[in-house]
Design a protein around this ligand. Structure first.
Ligand SMILES: *Cc1c(COP(=O)(O)O)cnc(C)c1O
Length: 362
């Protein structure tokens, strides 16, 4: 690099982002043992293996990449995020990698654990003055005041994934399945938070002409199932999801319903029962959204089995169990939220061992 390079900082920053992606390589694609189901192979794409423990790592790297490539982040830009979730942890991680100041504007009820993780990654946080629904706007205003860059994951993550030209989650899945008995999956199943992951997978399927179908699992209170089913682009429930990372009170700009073949609404208690099975029987230390995903995977595998179809199905582990030890993984916490996994307990185990899928009705 010569000293008169007009964009030396950007060139170096993008080189560092690419190196970070390469250093960890693709996240693992793990087979999920379901002994009774010989004709269908299930795999889980384990995004908890990213250095900051969630699929948001991939989205945030792409957003930094794109913001640098378009000149919106430069040598001393303060990067501001609006969330008390995984985007804040990943944002702090990449800001430190690039020696940039990072600030998360977090909702009042953000768990202390998450704030500690942001700090460990070298980021700062401040509690929003506004209610949760207005945190985005507050963070945007904070960024403007600081002359910084607002990392708007609900609007920008979806486009950034495509624009950054890094290998996507779908690129990795298809490469990893190449030597498997059914290298082109019948279904890929994911949750939707920003909508970026499902949009990028759906794009990939069309781009490459794959016959794979894309399903999105959706928790209670989320706007995505009604938005997809009704075709209404601005559907809102106004209610927060209880499954971290997936389900939104409103239809976010990154959600692309046109590439989704099926949206499966999943009761929260079913998500937690499926999560319990993932932990106790399959030894997969995943976060709650993976339970939602597994429920949807079972539903689709059962349909395949009924019609005598063979093939593979890929689900997603979007984050790690660790942050949820005192919340979703604590039976007391679950009960206090009025959730009762009991009617759903045993349903996944029965499916895995006998092939009978009998979710409770009503
Ligand atoms: C964010 C998230 C998803 C969905 O990803 P989007 O691309 O934001 O739709 C799935 N699982 C978990 C755990 C997440 O945090």
């Amino acid at each position: 690099m010569t000293s008169d390079h007009p964009n030396a900082w950007a060139a170096d920053a993008i080189r560092r982002l690419r190196a970070e992606g390469r250093a960890y390589g693709p996240t693992p694609l793990r087979p999920l043992p379901l002994p009774a189901l010989r004709d269908v192979r299930v795999y889980l794409k384990d995004e908890s293996a990213h250095p900051t423990g969630s699929v948001k790592h991939r989205l945030v790297r792409a957003m930094f990449h794109e913001a640098i490539a378009t000149g919106r982040i430069t040598a001393d830009t303060t990067v501001v995020a609006a969330t008390g979730g995984a985007v804040a942890v990943a944002g702090a991680h990449f800001a430190r990698l690039l020696d940039l100041p990072f600030l998360a504007v977090v909702p009042a009820k953000t768990p202390a654990d998450t704030l500690a993780r942001v700090e460990r990654e070298g980021g700062r946080w401040q509690v929003a003055e506004q209610p949760p629904a207005a945190v985005q706007e507050e963070a945007r205003a904070v960024a403007e005041r600081l002359g910084g860059h607002f990392l708007d994951h609900f609007t920008d993550a979806e486009r950034a994934l495509t624009a950054s030209r890094e290998p996507t989650i779908a690129d990795e899945i298809f490469t990893q399945l190449r030597e498997e008995p059914h290298p082109v999956p019948a279904w890929i199943v994911t949750g939707a938070g920003t909508g970026a992951t499902s949009a990028s997978i759906g794009r990939h399927l069309r781009h490459h002409g794959h016959p794979t179908r894309l399903a999105v699992v959706d928790p209670e209170n989320s706007a995505y199932f009604p938005a997809w089913a009704s075709g209404c682009r601005d559907y809102a429930t106004g209610m927060p999801s209880r499954i971290p990372g997936i389900g939104r009170p409103r239809t976010e700009p990154g959600f692309l319903p046109t590439v989704i073949d099926l949206v499966i609404p999943v009761p929260d208690a079913a998500s937690l029962a499926a999560l319990r099975w993932l932990h106790d029987t399959a030894a997969v230390p995943a976060g709650p959204a993976a339970g939602t995903g597994l429920w949807g995977v079972c539903h689709l595998v059962a349909r395949m089995r009924e019609s005598g179809a063979r093939g593979s199905v890929v689900g997603l582990v979007g984050d790690h169990a660790e942050p949820y030890r005192n919340t979703h993984l604590d039976p007391e916490w679950v009960r206090a939220r009025g959730l009762d996994p009991a009617p759903y307990a045993g349903v996944v185990e029965r499916f895995a061992t006998t092939g009978e899928w009998r979710p409770p009705t009503g």
